[in-house]
Design a protein around this ligand. Structure first.
Ligand code: ZN
Length: 307
């Protein structure tokens, strides 16, 4: 059995079983199969949004394009300068703009290719040149926003109209004014240097001991349980003493808005921080007139005469 197999294989009478195959007329209907191919567009380039600086992104794309170009050239013809050249940077800029346009204007580009005029860019009369939608930049792309930041910074932090003018030498930015205005509003450098109307009175900018010039105000109400369990929360307040010079703060809990409560809090404050020279407040009724006198020329300023 092991060496020769089953006996019927050696039998002369063995007849191979022929399977019953259906005739050609009886072939059952085969269900049609539908092949679906999903085409995915690699329209997101992580390198474009990886870096905050547009110029860095531009240099990286320029190096990538140089590598691709050098791969097709002979060794002696390859570009090996240590920095990307101006034409390389311009080419990188166009590639970046093209990639951004593919992301943001894919529908419009399809309609322009089909010769349709029912898209949102029709008023700009756009046209395609080597796959690039000439001269139009989308406003919501983070890459374009980084380009706007770079344009703003490289031109000595110029204003909205100047940024738009510089940009329009090459491109037309959609919603230009509002987009650039948002960019400049978020510029920390411009914010620091912008003239602001901060109330810088002498007692806020001259050197003084801490809590010599004090502003006082209330915060609250806050609800506090006075006893341990099942107590009804009662309204309380926080009396805030702010050093007008150093912005140091001192907090005191106050039971209510009465003059007695304020005086108790003020006494605790004086015990800890010393007697202030001047106390400024919003002239609330809880501040006692016999210890704090209203200074008429200073508006909302109170001068402290407490010991
Ligand atoms: Zn700026």
């Amino acid at each position: 059995m092991w060496w020769n197999g089953p006996s019927f294989l050696r039998s002369v009478l063995y007849e191979a079983e022929v399977p019953d195959l259906p005739s050609d007329d009886e072939i059952p209907e085969m269900k049609p199969t539908v092949s679906v191919h999903i085409v995915m567009k690699f329209d997101e380039f992580p390198v474009l949004t990886k870096f905050e600086s547009f110029r860095k992104t531009q240099r990286i794309v320029a190096y990538v394009l140089r590598f691709l170009s050098n791969c097709r050239k002979k060794k002696e013809d390859r570009v090996i300068t240590p920095y990307p050249t101006i034409p390389e940077l311009r080419g990188a800029m166009m590639k970046i703009v093209g990639a951004v346009q593919e992301q943001e204007f894919s529908r419009e580009i399809d309609k322009i290719k089909a010769g349709e005029n029912n898209h949102r860019l029709v008023s700009l009369n756009p046209f395609l040149d080597n796959g690039l939608l000439r001269l139009i930049l989308p406003d919501k792309s983070p890459v374009i926003r980084s380009l706007l930041v770079a344009t703003h910074r490289e031109n000595m932090h110029v204003g909205v109209s100047s940024v738009i003018t510089i940009l329009r030498q090459q491109f037309w930015l959609l919603n230009g004014k509002s987009t650039v205005r948002k960019i400049i509003r978020n510029c920390v450098h411009c914010f620091r240097l912008s003239p602001t109307t901060i109330d810088l009175r002498s007692y806020r900018v001259n050197e003084e001991p801490v809590f010599a010039q004090v502003g006082v105000d209330y915060a609250g109400p806050i609800f506090v349980k006075q006893t341990a369990r099942k107590a009804t929360p009662v309204k309380s307040y926080i009396c805030i003493f702010v050093c007008m010079v150093t912005k140091a703060i001192h907090l005191e809990a106050v039971e209510n808005l009465s003059t007695e409560a304020f005086l108790a809090a003020f006494q605790r404050f004086v015990s800890r921080k010393g007697t202030p020279h001047t106390v400024y407040s919003d002239n609330d009724r809880s501040y006692p007139e016999e210890t704090i006198r209203v200074v008429p020329n200073e508006g909302d300023c109170l001068e402290n005469h407490s010991p």
